[in-house]
Design a protein around this ligand. Structure first.
Ligand code: G3H
Ligand code: 13P
Ligand code: ZN
Ligand code: NA
Length: 311
């Protein structure tokens, strides 16, 4: 069924696991993700960025997700706006069938972030739509925001309680060292997350769901496949799976993944083209790409998220 994130986060928090939030842009991505979730009885969040909405169109994406809900009747599916940059965009998505929205005011001064998130939460809650906000800034490239590594700043745990109380939001994204994209750490740099900040946030917000953006593992197998078959992604590196598993056991209830979907799809298609240079039917290369997404999502559900059988 199409649901908001309230119940899935409550169960995830109490059960010490996280729900996967996967970015969707086309039919094969929606199908690959939801087929894996259906087979493993896992709840799932399908999220749409402003860029996805621009690429595929709001109606197409909503209808694709509605089709997935119909075809996979035994799992809860949330349709979420990723990195909403304004009240108007959030309102458009709430009015247009989304069950959850993120208002990303993380680049704003604290009081302006509060004011904007509060306004979105007031509107969203009238329609039973859940709201995610963000406090602290991730490094890397975001949809609406372009944050350099030097500009990024970890979430200040001393601020989270006031922020949540004043805004009334349902979940909070925090910055503990993850970042968007395929280059999360410098070459030779050891991947590290600030688990101390996550633990402190958890203490100050008992029972409250925390969100991790920029949480792809940048799966080495797919990076190698891309580089082997004509791509150039040297030094691509992500968040190690054991760190994500650790975060999922803590207050983190939503783990965002986009880059791993892109890598699975691109690696598989590059390999297919290299091995089948005469083929030109898109179904021939999109089918294995869809299967690669399905297998990758299944792997995450089983070994990183811990949400198998929780539907
Ligand atoms: O946070 C960013 C997501 O990966 C969405 O990326 O804005 O290119 O669709 P996008
Ligand atoms: P990745 O780039 O690590 O997949 O992060 C995606 C994300 O946070 C979407 O909001
Ligand atoms: Zn993000
Ligand atoms: Na958790």
């Amino acid at each position: 069924a199409l649901v908001n994130t309230k119940e899935m986060f409550k169960k995830a928090y109490d059960g010490g696991y996280a729900v996967g939030a996967f970015n969707v842009n086309n039919m094969e991505i929606v199908q690959g993700i939801t087929e894996a979730c259906q087979e493993l009885k896992a709840p799932v969040i399908l999220q749409v960025s402003a860029g996805a909405r621009k690429y595929a169109n709001h109606t197409y994406l909503v209808k694709l997700v509605e089709a997935a809900v119909k075809e996979n009747p035994n799992i809860p599916i949330a349709l979420h706006l990723d990195h909403g940059s304004s009240y108007e965009l959030c309102k458009d998505c709430i009015d247009g069938g989304f069950t959850s929205v993120m208002i990303d005011g993380s680049h704003l001064p604290f009081d302006e972030n509060v004011e904007l998130a509060h306004k979105v939460a007031e509107y969203a809650h009238k329609y039973n739509v859940t709201v995610e906000a963000e406090l602290g800034r991730l490094a890397g490239i975001e949809d609406a925001v372009n944050v350099s590594a030097d500009d990024a700043s970890y979430t200040n745990p001393a601020e989270v309680q006031e922020f949540v109380e004043r805004t009334g939001v349902d979940s909070l994204a925090i910055a503990i060292g993850t970042s968007h994209g395929a280059y999360k750490f410098k070459p030779g740099q050891k991947p590290q997350l600030r688990f101390d900040i996550l633990a402190e946030v958890g203490k100050r917000l008992p029972g409250f769901p925390i969100v991790l953006h920029g949480a792809s593992s940048v799966i080495p197998e797919f990076v190698q496949m891309i580089n082997q078959y004509g791509g150039q992604m040297p030094d691509a590196i992500g968040i190690p799976e054991d760190m994500l598993r650790e975060a999922a056991k803590m207050a983190v209830c939503k783990i965002n993944v986009d880059s791993d979907l892109r890598l699975a799809m691109t690696g598989t298609i590059r390999k297919y083209f290299a091995e089948n240079p005469s083929h030109f039917d898109p179904r021939q290369y999109l089918a294995p790409a869809r299967t690669a997404i399905k297998d990758m999502v299944a792997h995450k559900i089983n070994t990183v998220l811990g949400c198998a059988g929780k539907a």
